[in-house]
Design a protein around this ligand. Structure first.
Ligand SMILES: [Zn+2]
Ligand SMILES: [Zn+2]
Length: 144
């Protein structure tokens, strides 16, 4: 299974059978992704291979040791070697193909963003909304 960042400069391949995913809702993953959570795989170092773009990877380590590696061109989070055992952390959204694997665990649920905790009555679209104006108006329609 291959994976790439948004600009595709960073490319990698996983030769192991993919495991299931976990989704982390911690405050650090919220900052890293700019979203509610991070969906990731934990794979073996032996089964992981960089194809290209390793020199394009920038790294940031917070005071508490939390490390974020990202493509210096497009900003996508990219895989990094975990500091426990011989494992790679791989952001699931980078995969180039579908997988039959699924999310098996949610962690740090207590840290979920308030807007994620409160999400229960959502409008769902199979694709994007047809009218941007109607969509913006739907989002403005705040019920209290
Ligand atoms: Zn990139
Ligand atoms: Zn996290």
């Amino acid at each position: 299974m291959k994976g790439t960042c948004l600009c595709a400069e960073v490319e990698f391949e996983i030769s192991d059978k993919l495991p299931n995913l976990y989704q982390c809702h911690c405050s650090l993953c919220q900052k890293t992704t700019g979203s509610s959570s991070c969906s990731s795989f934990i794979t073996s170092v032996e089964g992981f291979k960089w194809i290209s773009g390793k020199d394009k990877i920038s790294s940031y380590t917070k005071d508490n040791g939390f490390k974020s590696d990202f493509c210096s061109i497009c900003g996508s989070p990219v895989p990094n070697r975990m500091n426990i055992g011989d494992y790679m952390w791989v952001p699931a959204g980078l995969l180039e193909a579908d997988t039959d694997r699924t999310i098996a665990a949610h962690i740090h649920l207590d840290s979920r963003a308030s807007w994620e905790k409160n999400a229960n009555d959502t409008k769902n679209y199979p694709a994007g909304p047809e009218s941007f104006e109607d969509f913006v108006s739907l989002l403005q329609d705040v019920q209290t």
